[in-house]
Ligand binder design. Structure first.
Ligand code: PEP
Ligand code: MG
Length: 600
């Protein structure tokens, strides 16, 4: 039966495919397609993991049987029995074999998919005792996954080729092939961290749906950067949908349609093709300079998360990178045999790759902005989630996190400075809000330079900028203008902190308002004062890529926008159609209104 779920539209476009429900396992699981010739090896790998757990539990069972009643309560032996029974249940292994053989899922993906399926059946059981066995099943699966994690798949490298690449190679375009392997897949999850999203970035999914998340949560931002339709904050979507359901994501309207009728499918198929045609038309603007009708030159820069995103930035016609969110180099390193934080050489190589990728165009690298909805790793996330006392958005985040660990910060600064002798680099500092922090930061930058000088290591002339993303910063602009070469307005956080609305919380998403008079006042004032002082100012929050706000920002005097590559051409089109000399009266009306949305 067809039904629809509403959420927040975070990445535009239409996606049609089958739902893949990702169980919220506490273990990071890779999702990739394997080659048909590797099916047997993958089944064997899963079998080896399961056998290892059977062995382990068998040994445990034996030692428990040797213990007295006091040492090992009866419940422990009973629990081990249940776990062994679940492990040997054919429903688990047959299901996993099915996902591997018929869908070519890698073993971990197959295992979590089957876990999800069986869990649903447990949920539907009348008997409370049986319902509670779901937790046992989860533990058993987690044990298998842990065993498999220690064993590197011999076929991972060859199999990591994405399904999309293979489709491109085969020239397959049709979305609704009834052949299970070639159907586009829609990822449905309760929650995904930005790090999870990065993992999926190179992967196979044609769209995303999550139950939680706000429009400018980092998860949504990464989804947008992937340029595939996504809806977040869809509340109960992951519990209402079933594995393999047909799903349409309307990323423009923020709607998810489950089990659509043929008429609805045809309608959305048409809309999808229209979107593709429109994107084709926009692509012709790639090399057109972004100049308004009255001759104002506008800089359109790209926001990137990884060095390799430079390719997409250039393809979209960006004239540089306005925001490289360097924290993504620091995230999700646990369980991958990597040191907890990237060392200087590793970071240097990454920054240099971004610079090389931009082929001489400037790259603005923001120092690490870990914290709030961007935890360092899974462990960090779990600890934060358990500690209900903390309010991470107001805690040790971004520059605060860097300043409590000067050694780590200096490592990053040296790496960025070293990369600056290979191209134009600007350094951007997030979340500053007090002069003490500013001075401490600048002193550490100086120290990093002195250390490189002592080693005889070269670096370029690096301009230093600050993000204006806390109201306090926007209200003490003269201080920021005194210390920094340029400013970049982080509207995502500026809105969050001005309105006291957690940007990642869908429960208050309706109050997250870029057009709130207080927000507009802070933005307009930052642009005006910076220009008066002759200092460069940009907007690098999501407002910069919102085409509905382009004219307003131009009218406020903004001449530099930084956004995800996917948004650049649409914004450029709007710029080409705008005459800034005619905007003044309207902008004044908007800025003095108690409800600016009425005029925009
Ligand atoms: C912002 O806050 O607007 C910004 C660009 O930084 P981030 O989204 O990474 O917090
Ligand atoms: Mg920010």
């Amino acid at each position: 039966m067809t039904f629809s779920v509403r959420g927040l539209a975070v990445a535009q476009g239409i996606a049609i495919g089958r739902a893949v429900l990702i169980a919220s396992s506490r273990i990071d699981v890779a999702h990739y397609f394997i080659e048909a010739s590797d099916v047997e090896a993958e089944i064997a790998r899963m079998g080896a993991g399961r056998d290892a757990v059977i062995d382990e539990l068998g040994r445990l069972q034996h030692s428990v049987s040797q213990m007295s009643r006091k040492e090992a309560p009866h419940e422990l032996a009973a629990m081990l029995d249940v776990h062994l029974m679940l492990l040997q249940d054919e429903m688990l292994s047959d299901g996993v074999n099915h996902w591997i053989t018929d869908r070519l899922y890698n073993a971990e993906w197959a295992l979590t998919t089957q876990l999800e399926l069986i869990s649903r059946q447990f949920d539907d059981m009348e008997d409370a005792y049986l319902r509670e066995r779901k937790a046992d099943l989860e533990q058993v699966v987690e044990r298998i996954l842990r065993h498999m994690q220690g064993v590197v798949s011999p076929i991972v490298d060859s199999a990591k080729r994405t399904k999309r690449e293979s489709k491109q190679r085969n020239g397959q375009q049709d979305l609704l092939l009834d052949d299970t392997i070639d159907v586009p897949l829609i990822l449905v999850a309760h929650d995904l961290s930005p790090a999870d999203m990065m993992q999926f970035k190179q992967s196979v999914f044609a769209g995303f749906v999550t139950d939680v998340g706000g429009k400018t949560s980092h998860t949504a931002i990464v989804a947008r950067s992937m340029n595939i339709p996504a809806v977040v904050g869809a509340r109960a979507a992951s519990t209402l949908m079933r594995q393999d359901d047909w799903v349409i994501i309307d990323g423009d309207a923020g709607v998810v349609i489950v089990d659509p009728s043929p008429i609805i499918l045809a309608e959305y198929g048409f809309k999808q093709r229209q979107g593709e045609l429109e994107r084709g038309r926009l692509a012709r603007l790639r090399n057109t300079p972004a100049v308004t009708m009255d001759g104002e030159k506008i800089e359109l820069l790209a926001n990137i998360e990884q060095p390799d995103d430079a390719v997409a930035a250039l393809k979209a016609g960006a004239v540089g990178v306005g925001l490289f969110r360097s924290e993504f180099l620091f995230m999700s390193r646990d369980g991958k045999g990597l040191s907890r934080l990237p060392n200087e050489e590793e970071q240097f190589q990454a920054y240099k790759r971004a610079v090389d990728g931009m082929q001489g165009l400037p790259v603005t690298i923001r120092t690490v902005d870990i914290g709030a909805d961007k935890p360092l790793d899974r462990q960090d996330r779990l600890e934060k989630a358990q500690d209900t006392q903390l309010n991470p958005a107001l805690g040790l985040r971004a520059i605060r996190w860097s300043l409590v660990d000067p050694g780590m910060f200096l490592t990053q600064l040296r790496a960025i400075l070293r990369a600056s002798s290979f191209g134009q680099i600007k350094l951007l500092i997030p979340m500053l809000c007090a002069v003490g922090e500013i001075r401490q930061t600048l002193a550490l930058i100086q120290q990093a330079k002195t250390e490189l000088d002592a080693q005889g290591v070269a670096y370029g002339d690096v301009k230093i900028g600050a993000m204006i993303e806390i109201p306090a910063a926007a209200l003490m602009l003269p201080t920021f203008l005194k210390y920094f070469d340029f400013l970049s307005i982080g509207t995502n956080d500026l809105i969050q902190y001005t309105l006291a609305i957690d940007r990642a919380d869908e429960a208050v998403a309706h109050m997250y308002d870029p057009l709130h008079p207080a927000v507009l006042h802070l933005i307009a004032n930052t642009i005006r004062q910076s220009r008066l002082q002759g200092k460069d100012v940009s907007v690098c929050g999501e407002m910069a890529g919102d085409v509905g706000l382009t004219r307003l920002l131009l009218g406020m005097g903004l001449r530099c926008f930084s956004m995800h590559p996917a948004q650049i051409l649409t914004v450029k089109q709007q710029i080409l159609r705008t005459d800034t000399s005619k905007l003044q009266d309207w902008v004044q009306q908007v800025l003095t209104s108690e409800n600016p949305a009425e005029f925009v």
